[in-house]
Design a protein around this ligand. Structure first.
Ligand SMILES: [Zn+2]
Length: 359
């Protein structure tokens, strides 16, 4: 099966290359904002959507001709997408202007017959005469479709390469498994396997809390505030990477070992009364995890089942089916079924109920 897969690599542009990237980041921001402003103005005047292209602006702003035209075209596509999304669902919010301050340093360019290539530790992109040093920690096979270049707030540069690659589904597995996601442990399966939240991740998150507190105490506009913000940004990046890595490993293991995976509807989790930071962090992980399981199960010929929203996986006794409303409280970790007296571990029992749902 042909699928699009993204591979993200650290790149090390030299000063000249950094200048080039900065100029395209700027051009993309400019064209996006300009088109957005014109659209808004046109809408106020005419009451409908203005269709416009970057080409129209090149006459007025000559310097745009020097930017990668594919990057500009992709900026236009992104804007159209944001616009359409807004008109379809007003809750998503009106497209916002891209400010340099809020980290809008990225552009996407496309491969046209080899204009993007990775070879010998270097990355070739359109328009740039020299090749950028790249660290390929993971190789891929297949054709490069596009490449997104970005700069993080902490000053790192990345290239995310979208590759069309042929995926061979895995041989059929025997097992079906229920997976319960939680706050204490990341996940517990119906077989009793526990995927604990990695310790290094928890340590980093604790440190982040402290750094954020430090930042809030610094005087606005001061050099110290700038330094503190940089520290926070760096740690944010690190945590995001650590988390993604953990979620990839966990989802891959579950996909490898099981034919059918049953999971709770995350909307149920979102209703839980818990406003702690850990909850917010977990939510991000849960939805990312579900996303990974969704596409990986498609790629590798597995089935992902999501339990119905009203399914009380935690409260049901997985042995006799008795519904124990007292287990609603998250504080209850262990309980004994009033009907059949089976002893339950909260998460494992929930996972077993999810498993039963698939049977
Ligand atoms: Zn029971």
């Amino acid at each position: 099966m042909l699928v699009l897969k993204a591979y993200k690599y650290l790149i090390y542009p030299n000063h000249e290359q950094q200048d080039y990237l900065a100029s395209v980041f700027g051009a993309v921001r400019f064209i996006y904002n300009k088109m957005l402003a014109d659209k808004i103005e046109h809408y106020k005047r005419a009451g409908n959507m203005l269709r416009t292209t970057p080409a129209r602006y090149k006459k007025e702003f000559h310097w745009l001709k020097e930017a990668d035209s594919l990057a500009l075209a992709n900026a236009q596509l992104n804007l159209e997408k944001a616009y359409k999304q807004f008109f379809r669902n007003k809750n998503t919010g009106f497209p916002k202007f891209k400010s340099k301050k809020t980290n809008n340093n990225s552009f996407t360019t496309n491969n046209q017959k080899g204009t993007i290539a990775i070879e010998g530790g270097t990355l070739k992109i359109p328009k740039l005469k020299t090749k950028i040093r790249i660290k390929v920690h993971r190789s891929f096979t297949g054709q490069i479709k596009s490449c997104t270049l970005s700069k993080t707030p902490s000053g790192k540069y990345f290239a995310s390469v979208l590759v069309e690659t042929d995926i061979v589904p895995l041989a059929k597995a025997e097992k079906t498994i229920g997976v319960d996601l939680g706050l204490k442990d990341f996940a517990v399966t119906s077989e009793g396997e526990v995927f604990a939240n990695p310790k290094h991740l928890r340590t980093s998150e604790k440190r982040l809390k402290k750094l954020q507190k430090d930042l809030s105490r610094k005087k606005k506009g001061s050099q110290n505030r700038y330094k503190a913000r940089l520290k926070v940004a760096k740690l944010h990046e690190k945590i995001a990477n650590q988390r993604k890595d953990f979620l990839h490993k966990t989802s891959t293991q579950l996909i490898n070992d099981n034919q059918v995976i049953v999971m709770e509807d995350l909307r149920v989790k979102n209703m839980m009364q818990n406003h702690k930071l850990s909850k917010a962090i977990s939510e991000v992980s849960w939805s990312m995890f579900r996303e990974m399981l969704t596409y990986k199960s498609k790629w590798y010929g597995r089935e992902l089942i999501i339990a119905p929203k009203n399914f009380a996986s935690s409260q049901l006794c997985s042995y006799c089916g008795y519904k124990n409303a007292e287990v609603k409280s998250l504080a209850v970790r262990q309980w004994s079924c009033p009907a059949c007296h089976t002893e339950h571990d909260r998460d494992r029992n929930a996972a077993m109920n999810l498993l039963k749902l698939a049977m």
